[in-house]
Design a binder for this molecule. Sequence first.
Ligand code: HEC
Ligand code: HEC
Ligand code: HEC
Ligand code: HEC
Ligand code: HEC
Length: 174
Amino acid sequence: MKEWLIFVAGLAVLGLAALGLTANVENRATVTQPIAFNHQKHSPFLTCTSCHTTVATSARAGIPGKDFCFSCHQNKVTDNPEPEKIRNYVEKRQEIPWVRLFRLNDDIVYTHEPHISAGIQCQSCHGDIGSSAAGVTGFGRKGSGGQYGRDLMDACLKCHEQRKASTDCYTCHQ
Ligand code: HEC
Ligand code: HEC
Ligand code: HEC
Ligand code: HEC
Ligand code: HEC
């Protein structure tokens, strides 16, 4: 029985591999963001969810828009000239074109909502981003310690096993 299951799982692996399931993520080291945003400078007074407002209610966590940034940065709150770039976007009525770093392959079903409801902290998957001046670590970051592909799947599965969440292939693969 066990051998049979392993055989079927093996076939499924080959099948999915043939569809070309690969990680599709940007490497932070090669990405220049339009504004050198710094998580560490904001985490003393803003919670993760005050900026990533839809993380507990929908698939996407969301990145805040220029107007939210400008609500503080229309005043000079720092000697660093970098936030002045926000004013330019507001004047041009243009959104800030952030480059998205975390992106799973489109074939993967992932939503934040069940994870946040289950009480899992952002840090368990994204690392200690609140103390990070430079960039983000954790899931989906090819290049600087982030996991992707098979390693990422193993990380998902490890917790799903521990927390008795589903490990059925079709829970995560469409
Ligand atoms: C808890 C979610 C989850 C479950 C359950 C799951 N997978 Fe995955 N799988 C992933 C994620 C996430 C990736 C990586 C996608 C990425 O890198 O963008 C992945 C990647 C893969 C890959 C590509 C690996 C590579 O090297 O790029 C294969 C093949 C695969 N899964 C097969 C399976 C099979 C077969 C099962 C059932 C036995 C299964 N998966 C169950 C989440 C899952
Ligand atoms: C002041 C608003 C703000 C706060 C507070 C904030 N973030 Fe962010 N976050 C951003 C912006 C803007 C970006 C896009 C720029 C970047 O990647 O540095 C971002 C990017 C991210 C990304 C990468 C998204 C991607 O795929 O590009 C993750 C993950 C993230 N934040 C998690 C967190 C966590 C966890 C916390 C709490 C510790 C947090 N953020 C607090 C504004 C914020
Ligand atoms: C609640 C007010 C508030 C909001 C909202 C806010 N900031 Fe800030 N930001 C600050 C303050 C205060 C500082 C200075 C912190 C310090 O120097 O310790 C700062 C610093 C910065 C810096 C300089 C970082 C550095 O390395 O010195 C940048 C860039 C920046 N913010 C961009 C943004 C962007 C982009 C957004 C929107 C996603 C945003 N801020 C939202 C208050 C805010
Ligand atoms: C169980 C792991 C896990 C947890 C917990 C988690 N994330 Fe994520 N997050 C991911 C994965 C995986 C992606 C990539 C999703 C995709 O490509 O579809 C992601 C993407 C993101 C993004 C960028 C894309 C988007 O959704 O807008 C942000 C921002 C983000 N997460 C913030 C957060 C914040 C804030 C928290 C805590 C409130 C959090 N995440 C908790 C795994 C997690
Ligand atoms: C730290 C633990 C943890 C990690 C890491 C984690 N998950 Fe989960 N996940 C859970 C828990 C717990 C649930 C079940 C929540 C519930 O029962 O409502 C869940 C539920 C899900 C669901 C919904 C399942 C359903 O039955 O509707 C999907 C899809 C999912 N996870 C995908 C992923 C993917 C893809 C990854 C990796 C990128 C991942 N998870 C990483 C703990 C985790």
